[in-house]
Design a protein around this ligand. Structure first.
Ligand SMILES: [Zn+2]
Length: 319
């Protein structure tokens, strides 16, 4: 088998991200546990393929044991929204950057949770037996020379470490939250800019958001899955993409940056090309009548030629 070169161009990293679920040549979907190959063909074009098309690879950058993402990815033309008050909008125009808040200050005390406290004994028992198995069965060529007591003590230590690293991870994880919807949401207007707040929403698409962050393929982007923590757990690696079912009206898509080692700042910013990112600015149906002309002036002043319109919620019914 060819050695791995570990050479990753930006194009190859983007291809890995964008065609994660299927062979980039024949389109076949991968199954859990099969091998995927990253590399380049004879003309140095990037390839991300399964065994089906691995013969086309001239240089192998890496091989993976394929597993699916812990999140679903919206289609490229899905609409993503952010609802905000005027102050936040002005700061967006001035700074031309998207904020990522540290996960522990996002405002949800369940952020990053693996499960409900009342189910912790079930979780602990599962991982303790998993860890004990792992210690008793080291890779081929090694032998476990520990007594049962030593295995149990080691497993307990690893479980405690897992809990500590879970809360440390929150302080190294930064999130930008978006609302996925093809139409405006009256609920979100009320939530983020309740009347009579002067509020606006910006709309983009999943493809444009990816493009806005394009130079940074380490940013993970996907849908939050809402789980019933009374009966479900989040996985060890999935927790940042899991929230309580009581929040499912948020229909959240999030972009996630993991920063190692974590510094102490509670937010990160990423510069963006605003007119390329924002398809339109929508003025809140609950805002005072003068807001639209103010928003229009602001867009001119900050040289952001973005279409502006009033809320669809202001349209009139007939009977
Ligand atoms: Zn293939």
């Amino acid at each position: 088998m060819q050695p791995m070169s570990h050479r990753f161009t930006l194009e190859l990293q983007k291809l890995e991200r964008d065609s994660h679920d299927a062979c980039s040549l024949c389109g076949r979907h991968f199954n859990d546990g099969e091998t995927s190959h990253s590399g380049y063909d004879a003309e140095s074009r990037p390839l991300y393929v399964g065994n089906c098309c691995a013969s086309r690879i001239q240089e192998t950058a890496a091989r993976y044991r394929w597993t699916k993402h812990p999140y679903e990815v919206p289609s490229d033309n899905s609409s993503l929204w952010r609802y905000m008050d005027l102050a936040k909008f002005v700061s967006l125009l001035r700074d031309r950057s998207i904020n990522f808040a540290r996960a522990d200050v996002l405002g949800d005390s369940w952020e990053g949770a693996k499960g409900a406290q009342i189910n912790k004994t079930i979780w602990d028992a599962h991982y303790l037996s998993f860890l004990q198995e792992m210690i008793r069965n080291p890779p081929e060529g090694y032998q476990c020379e520990k007594s049962d007591e030593e295995v149990a003590a080691e497993a307990n230590r690893l479980l405690e470490q897992l809990a500590v690293s879970g809360s440390l991870d929150l302080r190294r994880t930064y999130v930008s939250c978006w609302h996925e919807n093809e139409i405006e949401s009256e609920a979100l207007w009320r939530l983020y800019c309740p009347p009579p707040t002067a509020g606006i929403a910006i709309r983009t698409t999943f493809a444009d958001l990816k493009r806005a962050f394009d130079n940074d393929v380490s940013i993970q982007m996907g849908r939050v899955k809402y789980v019933d923590f009374r009966t479900q757990f989040a996985g060890v690696n999935d927790a940042i993409f899991r929230k309580r079912k009581s929040l499912q009206h948020e229909q959240e898509v999030r972009a996630v940056i993991r920063q190692y080692p974590g510094d102490e700042s509670t937010r990160l910013t990423r510069q963006v090309e605003l007119p390329a990112l924002v398809k339109e600015v929508i003025v809140s149906p609950f805002s005072p009548p003068w807001l639209e002309s103010i928003v229009s002036d602001l867009l001119k002043r900050y040289e952001a030629p973005i279409p502006i319109r009033t809320s669809e919620l202001l349209s009139q019914p007939f009977f």
